[in-house]
Design a binder for this molecule. Sequence first.
Ligand SMILES: Nc1ncnc2c1ncn2[C@@H]1O[C@H](COP(=O)(O)OP(=O)(O)OP(=O)(O)O)[C@@H](O)[C@H]1O
Ligand SMILES: [Mg+2]
Length: 234
Amino acid sequence: MTPVLQLEGVGKTYQRGDEQLRVLVDFDFTLDAGEFVVVTGPSGAGKSTLLHVAGGLDAPDSGTVAVTGQDVWSMSAGARAAFRRRNLGFVFQFFNLVPTLTAVQNVSLPLVLDGVSARYADARAEELLQRVGLGDRAAHLPAELSGGQMQRVAVARALVARPSIVLADEPTGNLDSHSSAEVLRLLRSLSDEDGAAVVMVTHDAVAARYGSRELHLVDGRASAVDDAAPIGDR
Ligand SMILES: Nc1ncnc2c1ncn2[C@@H]1O[C@H](COP(=O)(O)OP(=O)(O)OP(=O)(O)O)[C@@H](O)[C@H]1O
Ligand SMILES: [Mg+2]
């Protein structure tokens, strides 16, 4: 079976003044459907860079990134943007909701941008808000929601196009422990119920235990961590 995500020999270097900062070095990574991979590592290790390169947001200098078998960095920018909207969902630490749009409009936005009928987009967005427990908040603006609720809206938005991969960068970094647990359970249910693969960066040891596999990044090189608690033990 084709992996949902495959990075081969990926290199990423940033130029800082005269200095070359090698962030990812000959990086290989394979993600299968339904996996929930947690990425940990010290600040500056390249975790966000990895998600950006894997998610088609930031180009690698070398190597290939294939999402469901398609090389995302050989597409035109326009094709890549459309591909991203259909195949990848993103969840960020600071939610990144559009402040002038209601919850339901934020969730339906990727479908609307993709030219899906408003009727279907609204129905799908409402369904997802129900699923994340915010069916009664559809008409609220982000400013009228708590941090945990905003992040659940962001998770609903990430799912709206039924992506094969959800990439989450410290999704619980700004949440209290109760809201964190809700968001983590949602992400977990994605891989369990929908077969979507999740890659989640986190600094939080509790959050890390929601994964089925842990990758520890140091200086742009990854090692597997085998002592992740089995899912059933959480
Ligand atoms: N656009 C950029 N230009 C130059 N350097 C960058 C750029 N983006 C990231 N870096 C550098 O690359 C390194 C890796 O950054 P990255 O954001 O991937 O780290 P991280 O593991 O996500 O860290 P944190 O846990 O603090 O979020 C850092 O040293 C950072 O300063
Ligand atoms: Mg980061």
